[in-house]
Design a protein around this ligand. Sequence first.
Ligand SMILES: [Zn+2]
Length: 306
Amino acid sequence: MKPLVTMLQFGIDLGGTKTEIIALTATGETLLRRRTPTPSHDYQAIVDNIVSLVTTTANELKQPYTLGIGIPGAVSPVTGRIKNANTVCLIGEDLAGDIEKRLNHPVIIANDADCFALSEATDGAGAGAKSVFAVIIGTGCGGGWVINGGLVSGPNAIAGEWGHNPLPWRTDQDTQIDCYCGQKGCLETLLSGPGLRQQALAETGIDQTAEAWAKAEATGNVQAAKVLRDHHLRLAKALAGVINTLDPHVIVLGGGVSNLAGIYDTVPKLWGEFVFSDTVVTPLRKAVHGDSSGVRGAAWLGAAQA
Ligand SMILES: [Zn+2]
């Protein structure tokens, strides 16, 4: 009898500073994980680096594999080329095509926040849920939307780009500052780590990180408690907008701001006022896989299509 050959899932997380590869079994066990610096200003070097990581891993593990790549951008459904990337040398390039040619192997590319959502929906905080809205609240607010285990990718490849909507139910206290996207008052300018810091500076004259505000609150600082409560109220309003639109079965948060412990108790107590329902039972959960979710989700991209 022939030995059973199992398909592995390779995932690449192409970040601005590092590129990471992971090899997962069908049950999500990590066989190998490796990272290298990203040659972020040289497109050809980025392709060479990815090809080298995949080839080395494939030679070591000697099993068939799928390959998914998470990138800080999106593939334009119109041109098939990269758009919206903060690693700017990727913009306009056919990354999937260039890597497929070199490896002679299919490649699936998705936005890194989409990979985060897929990871948490597959075997993380949203495992088993019919639909999961997951968002990384870090330096920005990038999210993804998963239904029945599959990423939703719309005709503009922007599903989950929640952070560039305006904050709903805004008050005069909420700052309305320029966002890099060209608009003013996007909710990521208030909810992200830098956004919380800037809003708190405007309110208190004190310039410190979200983490420092959380530490101050833990020691009973009244001003810090107000800063965080105001942030959590804005987050509750912003997520109420998601619930009113999508009614996801689970909402998962990742990124630096998701480490603010008060969010998971406070936000669900505040969002009821803004959700169009007499009761709100939506669970709000912290990501299970933390910083590993990006690369794990990239690996699951291949599994979803295998
Ligand atoms: Zn914006």
